[in-house]
Ligand binder design. Structure first.
Ligand code: ADP
Ligand code: MG
Length: 611
């Protein structure tokens, strides 16, 4: 007892005597040497219930026997206050955790007749403490508590799993393997200003691997606001950094591909802004360096129909050959592809790729020109061969004649004359054909109605076919747009084909011979077909028809018609094919893609006709 304590005034002392015992928030009970409860306060009753005439162990623990380590016994024996934590049962049978002070009551004679037991219920506090511990250990980050000497005083389970047992070690040594404090230290910053600090740290794990962490340091405040420890919470960002690196790599990879692509690549985002525009695109659209372009300007340069389709249709829109008008107002032949960019069904804009076809076109034109020249060359070579054959035949006739005269052999003279005559006829026929061929008339394309040419050829042959009992028809399902064609040359081609078809009908046994000429357009190409049900051709003939001087018509043919025809078709950028079966008939098909037709001849009409 404190001897210097002043005594309360009398009335207060009396009140305290009557009330204090019951007013304190501790459960207090008095136990005698038989461990009978002889007195208890209101708080005790509220927790443990009825106590009168009961032994302490039945009240606290609900058990008949004494507790194995009875603190009451110890206090009676040792005469000193004991403090310990205990678990008991409340009046409802619920577990209670409490701190119990067991205080011996010592009389002036030194006897101890009673002990007073005071219990402070910590059930809830303990619950909270456990929850906090759980939280501390289970938060998905490493938590370290560091004191002012930079010693780690406490770690959570996650930190121990990652970093090992660091408690008691200096943080710089345990986390980084340094011998002295780090230069950049979030803990020091927090110690200095009491504020939250963040930083990026590289720590070593217990397996001696390197981990990247995002660290947040906060002061660990005690109730009066002062602190001498900080708490560090560290989130492992190694994976995130790796992903970021991967993303950065993928991005720069794509960027390199886009900027170095030979094809133009550009994209318009959902807001209509141009988000990608690579150097190749800049080139095709003829933009000055650093010249900006808006989404509207860009769409204005693309073919309107194409742009509309890309924005409305699903999937890729492809335009193999079209034209754009660049910023310099020039028309550029291009190949275009466009796609909507979608993510999770949402449109993110549109992406395009564009290929400049100017060079390709030039190459194609050059190739066409080379093909034309080759056709002429081949034909001329073939003609020379034909002429040689004829001269050989003439020489034969001359020999016959001269030896006949020499020997006075009339029969020989006559034979020689016939040979000379026959071959002179052939020569004159050849020379005519040769001239028309070798004149090498340059193609003079003008805009003509392709159907009109065919109709004229059919009209021209109408009377002849009629006289031979051959039905000759012209079919045109739809009018054709004008095309750059050399009228006379194409007329000659069709004349050859129809003439051959009529010849084939004449030598066939077919009772209802007919020849049909068709003109139509498909996939931007003009087609002519000449169909007959005449004698047809076998494999050998089919193989040779386009070669020089091949004819099955003896003196009646030159074998130049189809050769001429092929040359002219090639000069128009087209091709000629045939299907034929002996005794069934033949179809010759001419295909003239509009894009490959010759340029319209610029020369005035007079000059052309005078050449
Ligand atoms: P030519 O008519 O002077 O014989 P062409 O070059 O026009 O020369 O024809 C070559 C050969 O091809 C003909 O002699 C004939 O054998 C064959 N030919 C051409 N057109 C037809 C056809 N419509 N039907 C059957 N054979 C044909
Ligand atoms: Mg012919």
């Amino acid at each position: 007892m404190n001897k210097t304590a002043t005594h309360p005034p009398k009335e207060l002392a009396a009140w305290l005597q009557d009330n204090l015992f019951h007013a304190v928030p501790m459960a207090i009970a008095v136990i005698d040497r038989n461990f009978d409860l002889i007195y208890a306060n209101r708080a005790f009753e509220q927790i443990f219930g009825d106590w009168q005439g009961r032994k302490c162990h039945t009240v606290y623990k609900g058990q008949a026997a004494m507790c194995p380590q009875c603190k009451g016994t110890q206090a009676f024996r040792e005469g000193r206050t004991l403090v310990h934590e205990e678990v008991g049962l409340d009046k409802h049978g619920g577990l209670r955790r409490y701190i119990k002070h067991t205080v011996p009551l010592i009389t002036e004679q030194g006897d101890i007749p009673y002990v007073i037991e005071m219990c402070t219920d910590i059930t809830e506090a303990e619950q909270i403490r456990r929850e906090y511990q759980l939280l501390f250990d289970q938060v998905p980050c490493s938590v370290l508590i560091i004191d002012k000497d930079y010693r780690i005083v406490k770690t959570n389970a996650q930190a121990r799993r990652m970093l090992g047992d660091l408690e008691g070690r200096h943080c710089y040594r345990g986390l980084k393997g340094f011998d002295s404090k780090c230069k950049e230290c979030t803990a020091r910053q927090t110690f200095e200003d009491g504020q939250l600090h963040t930083g990026h740290h590289i720590w070593r794990t217990r397996k001696d691997e390197t981990v990247h962490l995002h660290v947040i340091t906060v002061p660990l405040q005690v109730s009066d606001g002062s602190f001498d420890m900080v708490m560090e919470m560290a989130v492992d960002v190694t994976q995130t950094l790796k992903l970021q690196d991967g993303l950065r790599f993928a991005h720069s990879f794509l960027e390199t591909i886009i900027t170095t692509s030979m094809d133009g690549i550009f994209a318009v985002d959902a807001g209509g802004n141009v988000s990608i525009f690579n150097p190749a695109a800049r080139n095709i659209f003829a933009l000055r360096p650093n010249q900006q372009i808006s989404g509207d300007e860009l769409s204005g340069m693309l073919p309107a129909e194409f742009f509309k389709q890309v924005n409305t249709a699903a999937g890729q829109i492809y335009s193999p050959e079209t034209e754009i008008t660049n910023a310099a107002g020039q028309k550029v032949p291009v190949r275009l592809a466009g796609n909507q960019l979608k993510m999770d069904g949402l449109s993110m804009g549109t992406a395009f790729s564009i290929q400049n076809l100017s060079e390709l076109k030039k190459l194609e034109d050059d190739k066409l020109e080379a093909e034309r020249l080759a056709a002429v060359g081949q034909t001329v070579a073939g003609l020379a061969h034909g002429v040689k054959n004829l001269t050989t035949a003439l020489e034969g006739g001359m020999y016959m004649l001269s030896t006949g005269i020499e020997k006075g052999n009339l029969e020989r003279i006559q034979k020689g004359m016939v040979m000379l005559d026959r071959n002179t006829q052939r020569i004159s026929m050849f020379v005519k054909a040769f001239l028309s061929f070798a004149k090498g008339r340059e193609i003079k394309a003008r805009l003509n109605d392709p159907a009109e040419i065919a109709r004229e050829v059919v009209d021209m042959y109408a009377a002849r076919a009629d006289g031979l009992g051959i039905r000759l028809a012209f079919e045109l399902s739809r009018p054709l747009a004008p095309a750059a064609i050399d009228y006379e040359s194409m007329h000659e081609c069709l004349t050859n084909l129809v003439g051959n078809a009529i010849d084939a009908c004449r030598v066939s046994t077919n009772s209802a011979p007919h020849v049909t000429v068709r003109a139509f357009e498909e996939d931007e190409a003009i087609f002519y077909e000449v169909i007959d049900n005449g004698c047809g051709m076998d494999y050998e003939v089919k193989r040779k028809v386009f070669t020089t001087f091949f004819t099955t018509k003896g003196l009646g043919g030159t074998g130049l018609g189809l050769l001429m025809t092929k040359k002219i078709i090639q000069e128009h950028g087209g091709r000629i094919d045939l299907e034929s079966e002996p005794e069934k008939g033949t179809t010759f098909r001419i295909r003239l893609p509009r894009k490959r037709l010759p340029k319209v001849s610029e020369r005035p009409k007079q000059e052309e006709s005078s050449s």
